[in-house]
Design a protein around this ligand. Structure first.
Ligand code: 5GP
Length: 188
């Protein structure tokens, strides 16, 4: 595969879609909702690397019930964003989840291919329950029928970066969520 590194565009010139204050407020609310729904139980949060790492870190701190973390990683089905549907697991969970209450934590629910693949895979481990939490949901992009149980924001079809989300691995540390100026960027 030929890969060219795109030129760096400063996040300062990118329009803010969701400020860090808006994000913090929604993540707190979703954390409270999860805490109420799982009261008295213990849960396993499974983050999808790398994009969900920052969301998981914030969500976990807003969840007041007993919880542990695990992480999975999947190979993207191709940067072209034309979905072949081929998602591959490149890092599995470290600890068994049989009989556990599991929440899969993702940065963006877009076509739905990644989460439906992961949901199928996790269900094979026979958890007591399995739910999905996503920071962003782009319902207009869905190719397979899957919905999040917890979604902080529904957004239109635009390519975003920040709050864990990258373009060519950059911008994950940008604290708010911004619109990438060349939208969608070349190659996506
Ligand atoms: P899905 O399988 O639902 O199409 O893919 C979800 C994954 O695609 C996300 O976890 C994320 O890695 C990537 N993705 C989808 N939309 C965007 C976007 O707007 N910005 C970024 N940075 N990644 C995206």
């Amino acid at each position: 595969m030929v890969s060219t590194v795109p030129e760096f565009v400063s996040p300062d010139v990118m329009e803010v879609l969701l400020s860090k204050e808006q994000i913090a407020e929604r993540v707190q609310a979703v954390g409270e909702q999860i805490s109420a729904e799982y009261k008295g139980q213990s849960i396993v949060l499974i983050g999808v690397l790398k994009g969900a790492a920052i969301f998981l870190a914030d969500l976990a701190r807003a969840i007041k019930v007993d919880n542990t973390f695990d992480f999975v990683a999947v190979s993207s089905y191709g940067r072209a964003r034309v979905s072949s549907g081929a998602v591959k697991l490149i890092k599995d969970i470290d600890n068994p989840i049989e009989g556990r209450h599991v929440i899969l934590v993702e940065d963006i629910l877009d076509t739905g291919l990644t989460l439906s693949y992961l949901r199928g895979l996790m269900l094979q481990h026979k958890p007591a329950s399995l739910k999905i939490a996503t920071c962003l949901d782009k319902p207009s992009r869905r190719l397979v029928p899957i919905e999040a149980d917890y979604a902080c924001f529904k957004i239109p079809n635009a390519f975003v970066i920040g709050y864990g989300m990258d373009y060519a691995e950059r911008y994950r540390g940008v604290p708010d969520i911004r619109l990438y100026p060349d939208n969608p960027p070349a190659g996506h």
